[in-house]
Design a protein around this ligand. Structure first.
Ligand SMILES: [Zn+2]
Length: 455
């Protein structure tokens, strides 16, 4: 009996070692393919240069859909299809103008309207009142704010090692700052851009107006201009800003999610999906946000097909439309998946830039998280070490059902907000090798989920 137990244990351990060996060879093969013959960098160049920036509902977004469909077809996946989705259409109009008038000279400030803002309807000329927090705004009486432009000068907190936490701290000033200021009678708001870098690239991003509150125009200025404005306000409280913005919201437009699929051999009706968002803001080229996530995700399926891996489950790459100002694509995908009773094992998203990958964050059950962590040793040779409980991503968030594990690729975040939603988010600011490391890391994870499941 004792010998039998020893023999059984030996056989189990041998099988585990064999599987580990097989997995580590497979990961090596995946990284080799992406690092030596990868196509994601060239695909990103094409998306950035041949299509360009692509806000939902625009001609360029339409071009991006065609671009994505063609590219997926060129890889000859089993199926390529689109899902119809109605998306919002917000247009910036002519370039915004913002001038600081201090009585001595007029200083032009590099300004950008926040996504969703109304226009200034001509030129607004008003005094400025600076606040560093909502508490400061709250402490002011309405007479002090009425008719003025509220200037939210709230720098991202540099103490956070993971810069998304610093972003999270400032995000409310962008999203609900205009309505909060309007409640006090403000005429417009100016936001210090959400970036840790000191430069004059203004960063846009979505905002929304609170129901029943007067809508006022809102824009952002670069961090250097924010410092300049703040400094001038110390010695001169009669500074005026002249602001002109022509943005508006038009009717919704028909657009699409674009999907490529490799059919599973054992469980064709079970899905593992990987994706990013195809739309971007209407400035720069949407290179890190989220061109990187798009080409990462396409590279996952391309690579697995190229190395002749036959998946057990069906694998999908999804190019979601309209993450930036609505998430209609993500919602539509989840709605159709539910209507069609599609079982999703896991959803992986890349929407934190094309920087060197550190690992993954997962929104899943404790046992799914344990399983994810058990694969960590396989990734150590590639310097991938971060496997934590956390957020998956905006596009995949509507799939949350307590069963599907939602996973986000976590790249190094130090420089992400230098480029996020700014004119500087261009192809040239994405590093080929860092981008490829991200794609190989995602491909490896999809392989492991496909092989071992996530039950
Ligand atoms: Zn994004």
């Amino acid at each position: 009996m004792k010998n039998f137990i020893i023999l059984t244990i030996t056989i189990i351990v041998s099988f585990q070692l064999l599987a580990q060996k097989e997995d580590s060879l497979m990961l090596r093969k995946i990284y080799d393919e992406v690092l030596v013959q990868g196509e994601c960098y060239e695909n990103l160049r094409s998306l950035c240069k041949d299509v360009g920036n692509r806000i939902s509902g625009s001609k360029n977004a339409e071009k991006a859909v065609i671009w994505g469909e063609k590219l997926l077809q060129s890889y000859q996946f089993d199926t390529v299809f689109k899902q119809e989705v109605m998306v919002p259409r917000w247009v910036r109009g002519e370039k915004e103008k913002c001038t600081l008038v201090n009585g001595t000279n007029n200083i032009p400030l590099n300004t950008i309207a926040l996504g969703g803002s109304i226009s200034t309807n001509g030129i607004i000329s008003a005094n400025i009142i600076e606040v560093k927090s909502f508490d400061e705004l709250e402490a002011l009486n309405s007479e002090e704010v009425k008719g003025k432009i509220v200037f939210y000068n709230v720098p991202m907190e540099p103490k956070h090692i993971r810069t998304f936490n610093a972003y999270g701290g400032c995000y409310p000033y962008r999203s609900k700052g205009p309505s909060e200021a309007a409640k006090k009678g403000a005429t417009a708001t100016i936001l210090r851009s959400l970036s840790l870098k000191l430069d004059n690239a203004p960063h846009t991003g979505t905002m929304s107006y609170e129901e029943g509150v007067n809508k006022i125009p809102c824009c952002a200025i670069g961090t250097l201009d924010a410092e300049l404005l703040s400094k001038q306000l110390i010695t001169n409280n009669n500074i005026k800003i002249e602001l002109e913005m022509n943005c508006k919201t038009l009717d919704d437009v028909l657009s699409y999610n674009v999907i490529g699929q490799i059919n599973g051999k054992t469980n064709p009706d079970k899905y593992i999906i990987v994706g990013g968002h195809l739309d971007s803001w209407d400035i720069g080229e949407g290179a890190h946000d989220d061109g990187a996530g798009i080409v990462h995700s396409i590279e996952v399926l391309r690579t697995l097909k190229k190395i002749n891996y036959t998946p057990n489950n069906s694998l999908r790459v999804i190019l979601y439309m309209n993450e930036e100002n609505g998430n209609r694509g993500g919602e539509k995908y989840a709605e159709l998946a539910k209507n069609n009773s599609e079982y999703h094992i896991a959803a992986l998203e890349s929407d934190r830039g094309g920087f060197v990958p550190r690992g993954f964050s997962m929104d899943g059950t404790p046992s799914q998280l344990e399983k994810l962590k058990s694969w960590k040793p396989l990734f150590i040779p590639y310097d991938i070490h971060y496997f934590v409980k956390g957020y998956g991503g905006v596009d995949i968030s509507p799939l949350k059902n307590g069963q599907t594990s939602l996973i986000g690729l976590v790249p190094d975040s130090q420089r992400y907000f230098d480029f996020h939603h700014a004119p500087t988010d261009v192809f040239e600011n994405v590093h080929k090798r860092e981008l490829e490391m991200g794609a190989a890391t995602m491909t490896s994870l999809i392989y492991l989920i496909d092989k071992y499941g996530f039950e």
